[in-house]
Design a protein around this ligand. Sequence first.
Ligand code: AMP
Ligand code: MG
Length: 411
Amino acid sequence: MEPHDAVQAEILRAVGVLGSERVRAADARGRVTAASVVAGEDVPPFANSAMDGYALRAADTAGAHPDSPVHLAVSGALAAGRAPTVAVAAGHAIRIMTGAPIPEGADAVVMVEHTDSPGRPVEGATEVAVHRPARVGDHIRPAAGDLARGDEALAPGTWLRPAHLGVLASLAVTEVEVHRRPRVAVMSTGDELRDDHGPLAPGQIRDSNRPMLCALVAEAGGVPEDLGHAPDDEAEVVARLERATSDCDAVITSGGVSVGDYDVVKAVLDRMGVLRWWQIAIKPAKPLAFGMLGAVPVFGLPGNPVSSHVSFELFARPALLHMGGHRRIHRLAVEAVAGEAFRRRPDGRIHFVRVALEQSPGGAVARSAGGQGSNVLSAMAGADGLAVLPDGPGVDEGGRLVVLLLDGPPA
Ligand code: AMP
Ligand code: MG
């Protein structure tokens, strides 16, 4: 059996990063930058006040105290959006609001709470009593304190989240170069599958993997192309694979990669001369077929629904993220306390146990999400993460577990 990280590494070596396209910044959420975004202007564009208060000269406030305040003449008021018209002279202050530009002559802002102003009408006030000394720079946000013109605002490979769109807007960037999303053909295989919602004939089951895998592709930033389900027929599988590779960036199949008599995906990839087939030292999702049809990776995932999901998690998802230009392609691993015993037997494999996580004062607590059979999709659906049980006897209640989070940011 092959260690799963060696298989991950081999797959990542085989797949390439896709090219790029320009999109409107407004449409860029979830995309991945393909080039640096360099700041074309300073953010903020001018020094401004971080507080509502008084812009003044720090030296004028030396020794100020509530019992012996410093009295300054108020020579004006400045709201956000206004340009200063008068400078602050010695012995003077200007009433200033958050975001307003710091006027000439001022080198500090005193919060309104540290003056006699709160509660007093500000309009027309001619004098202010300052209760605390200010230091130079107090409550002043310097020009370019966030980004300076010429700074790399976004590195290539940045996964664009809402704050990034705000950063782009702060720089007046309206278009951004992003990696193409991988187009991923998804096909299930198996004579037993039905997807027409009708009554099941003896021996038939419903195709649960395909909608699940299409959704997993979309969550990994890809665009799923639903190829339907193929019977366990080599010619049919070949025809679909050929169609898929002509207009997709990757193909994901489920079923037909074990050691059964009708495991056609494995047989077909073998005949096409591209097969890598592993028995991986994990449970679930032991078998995996993989091949490059030209530049198009084909992931032959096992058919058991939980195995399909876990195999996608461990092998297809990092590869799709890599193709889409992501730099962080693995799940975040967190430590959790075992809320119950997780028993297992040594078998040379790492077990990925479906767990639900709950917050407790001592940190996250993990409990089994339900039946751990590779067909029990309802427990997969209830899982927040995969607890990693190394080969051995398992973990006692209260012990420490490493859990791969099934959503959240890539690590
Ligand atoms: P296989 O990997 O083809 O040997 O399939 C393993 C198990 O998963 C069998 O019980 C299949 O019936 C089941 N299975 C395969 N494909 C699907 C699917 N698309 N949806 C639900 N179950 C499936
Ligand atoms: Mg099958």
